[in-house]
Write a protein that binds this ligand. Sequence first.
Ligand SMILES: [Zn+2]
Length: 376
Amino acid sequence: MTQRFQFSVGATDGKARTGVIDTPRGQIRTPAFMPVGTAATVKAMLPENVRDTGADILLGNTYHLMLRPGAERIHRLGGLHRFMNWQRPILTDSGGFQVMSLADLRKLTEQGVTFRSHVDGSKHTLTPERSMEIQRLLGSDIVMCFDECPALPADRARIAESMRLSMRWAQRSRDAFGDRPGHALFGIQQGGLERDLREQSAEALTAIGFDGYAVGGLAVGEGQQAMFACLDHAPGMLPADKPRYLMGVGKPDDIVGAVARGIDMFDCVLPSRSGRTAQALTRRGAVNLRNARHAEDPRPLDEACTCPACRNYCRGYLHHVVRSGEIIAAMLLTWHNLHYYQDLMQGLRTAIAESRLQDFIRGFHALRAEGDIDQV
Ligand SMILES: [Zn+2]
């Protein structure tokens, strides 16, 4: 096993590519989907079961972990991998995005962001330097630069100003991160939907030099069409020999479209969150198990799926435990959803390797267009 962080591109098909990220904690096959373990747990799942779905890497949230239980405490308890019993790679976000979306009474300055915790009202400051320190205390394998990201739509002046601040913070993040063999620091491209600002951001990041690059500031309310229009050019501005990560995306069709446009890594709460709200994500689209049409259905959720929810239970049972508010409903549907996402990523990787990505994408959309199986 390597002691270095290294990315190698395997096959390509159009702009899409397969690859492998080698880290001291194991390999990450790309395109990769990272389940979200917000508070040091992928909700309703044991870590070994998350691994069983095919996940190579998890995402942890700096904002949540710094507030509760605190980065210093996690460090004293052996670091995040040991704390949550996940020995494979972990990527942590910088906290910047969630401060903006969750915290109260934020104050943004050149230095950083001061805010009050949404948990207990306590006052905190996040700067690029403190974000790097927290992510180091957690033991994160892939560390994200501290950045600032306006919600869309925002006017061009606001997006430009925010992007330039994020680029200054990217340099400070790089300086504070230092030299940590085996650990990676990713830069985050900003610039909203403005192509020239995306170019400027990519140039600034490339000049600093990072181990990977994220396309940030998308999936914040602009819609899929606008996001894809941005992804038609944004990934190509970033170095081809480094992994490209689309943050916070997304729905299955978002992921498929982004892979075709050259993205290698994704994270999203959708499969795990949906699993707790009776929604199954399947090859035929979303299925709401709360719906009475499933009450007498003896068939599995998806006959082709090999997850425990589909192998061992019928739709009638899943409907029953959802309606009864049983904990196993969240467990089974989260398991299925994460399994489906990892299956989708494996399907994409295989299709790219066999140069038949366009056929795969046609089949993906055709089955979704058919919709769920007819009621019994
Ligand atoms: Zn399943």
